[in-house]
Write a protein that binds this ligand. Structure first.
Ligand code: SAH
Length: 548
């Protein structure tokens, strides 16, 4: 293994020794990173490959050709005066026949602590270059630790292709918001650490943010925390549209904001041609492969889609954006109620204009999704929704973590419940039933209070096997298997990756028995490979059906 880092090279002096095509790649990378490059080779400029000559045109102020043979003294004379003229990095690309020169450069550079990279000679490198993808301030680097640069490049391409096209913009927007919040709130560096990046690695990230009675001071501290939460939850490509207003006073001027956010169809005649239709549709736990065909059909026939912020990007990507408007609930901590009102009134407005509205909800609409309330709201206003079930995370997560929720002689019942009661209080907790698999949603931020309560007040067994399942069916799915008494510690140690839930009961060890035995208190499993990233055949089929 190696230590992956990213170097700040602005103003440094990098020595490139040799005039091959590989040298040209090094010159380009160094110049892009802001370094000044001195190229040492015996050929004159006209005889160098076109790839190198181009770099002189591209970076005329940064690249310099030293038409000479390499001399050991170059390492200590060509650098910046402020670092005693020692060069900052050395890149060597010489023919195989010049092995002794390469070895000499490597040995001398090491003595001087200059990072050195010799092409095609891993044994003569103190560092290697990553295969990179760059978009704005976003950079992705892939290393195979010398196993194959072509492979690294292929993996990089495949990874980059899965990212939203506006990833650079997303990166810049989040950076800009973060900076503005820090500046406006004038937080001390230490406080920022506690409430920002560190929060991502802590189970406190997902802690409930009170909607009520927030003082101005609390409000200030919450903003960095909100930003961290939004960065975790919100569909990645939509992050570039978040504004500071969304984070602070999104609802100060609700009506105007609503109109601005959605480019509503203007009915010029003012006559409603047809009665609007609405459906409440479950989108499953995350992966497109767990979306029902019915849900897909609804997505394809909608004029307006009102989605939860938890609806995953992959599903949102299926929306035909040329003809369908998308609005994502602006439910950020502390404004859930008003965000819900906003969503409902947007839906109603569209229905009154005769549009087809699809209310897309994560998992199943009637499992902790306020689906019943929404049904009643629209029905009372004269639009009775059609409801389509979705695969609930509560039942998908056990399957994806190899837990048969019912199993002969082990579990004969399943209970789905919440770990969060009204206004953040503890809910009514269930009694312990040995033959029951209990799934706690919205519970991971509460484990510290929840578990002792279950054990002390409700007679739960601390040795009960459990699994924390996060981002079930997403590529970054994670499963932590442990025992009830150790959950809080496990969640604290591993940090949170929302959304996640807790599965409890002896069913947890029917298949994965061995995993939580032995010395360690928990085990962690990363990733899910069961999804299909390429749904083209299905989408083509649906397009055809639609055309008919
Ligand atoms: N209607 C949704 C649940 C909404 S409540 C459903 O049927 O799945 C939100 C809670 O669902 C989260 O706090 C988390 O506990 C759980 N959840 C949703 N998606 C999840 C996923 N992919 N993996 C694990 N838990 C998930």
């Amino acid at each position: 293994m190696t230590l992956l880092t990213s170097w700040k090279c602005k103003g440094e002096v990098h020595l490139v020794i040799g005039g091959s095509n590989a040298s040209a790649l090094r010159i380009n990378s160094a110049c892009e990173a802001g370094a000044n490059v001195k190229v040492i080779c015996e050929e004159s400029l006209e005889n160098l490959p076109i790839t190198i000559r181009t770099t002189f045109d591209l970076y005329p102020t940064q690249v310099e050709l030293l038409n000479k043979k390499f001399d050991v003294q170059d390492l200590t004379t060509l650098g910046r005066p402020e670092v005693a003229n020692v060069v900052d990095k050395v890149f060597v690309s010489l023919p195989i026949s010049e092995y002794s020169t390469k070895k000499l450069i490597y040995d001398e550079s090491r003595k001087l602590r200059i990072p050195v990279n010799v092409s095609d000679s891993p044994e003569l490198c103190t560092f290697t270059l990553l295969s990179t993808f760059t978009s704005g301030d976003f950079q992705l680097g892939v290393s195979t630790n010398g196993k194959g640069c072509k492979l690294a490049s292929r993996i990089k391409r495949e990874l980059a292709a899965t990212l939203p096209q506006n990833i650079g913009e997303v990166c810049n927007k989040v950076g800009e918001l973060r900076k503005r919040i820090q500046e406006e709130d004038q937080l001390e560096e230490t406080t920022i650490g506690e409430h920002d990046d560190d929060a991502v690695h802590s189970n406190k990230l997902n802690a409930l943010v009170e909607e009520f009675n927030m003082t101005k001071e609390q409000n200030k501290l919450q903003r960095t925390k909100w930003l961290s939460q939004i960065v975790e939850y919100f569909p990645l490509s939509s992050l570039s549209e978040i504004s500071l207003d969304d984070l602070t006073n999104a609802y100060k001027n609700t009506k105007i904001e609503m109109a601005a956010k959605i480019d509503s169809k203007v009915n010029s005649s003012g006559v409603v041609a047809k009665k609007g239709k609405i459906s409440l549709v479950g989108s499953g736990p995350g992966s497109v492969s767990l979306l029902t065909l019915g849900a897909l059909q609804e997505i394809y026939s909608a004029d307006l889609i009102l989605a939860d912020k938890l609806v995953p990007q992959q599903v949102l990507d299926l929306i035909p954006r040329q003809r369908t408007k998308l609005f994502i609930a602006r439910k950020f901590p502390g404004n859930a109620e008003r965000a819900q009102e906003e969503l409902l009134s947007l839906g109603l407005e569209a229905l009154q204009n005769g549009e087809k509205v699809v209310r897309l909800k994560q998992g199943d609409p009637y499992i902790f999704g306020r689906g019943g309330e929404e049904y009643n709201f629209f029905a009372e206003h004269g639009f009775v929704p059609q409801v389509l079930p979705g695969i609930t995370s509560a039942l998908a997560a056990p399957v994806l973590s190899n837990i048969p929720a019912t199993h002969r002689e082990v579990a004969d019942q399943v209970l789905i419940c919440t770990g969060t009661g009204r206004r953040g209080a503890l809910p009514n907790l269930p009694e312990f039933v040995k033959s029951r698999t209990t799934v706690f949603l919205m519970s991971l931020h509460r484990v510290v209070d929840l578990i002792p309560n279950l054990i002390k007040e409700k007679g739960w067994d601390p040795e009960l096997p459990v699994a924390v399942v996060e981002r079930a069916s997403c590529p970054d799915q994670r499963i932590i298997r442990t025992r009830l008494g150790d959950v809080a510690e496990a969640v604290e140690a591993n940090g949170s990756r929302p959304p996640g839930l807790l599965v409890t009961g002896y069913a947890c060890e029917v298949i994965e028995k061995a995993k939580i035995e032995g010395n360690s208190k928990w085990t962690v499993e990363e990733g899910w490979n069961g999804g299909h990233s390429n749904f083209n055949p299905l989408l083509e089929l649906i397009e055809k059906v639609q055309e008919k």
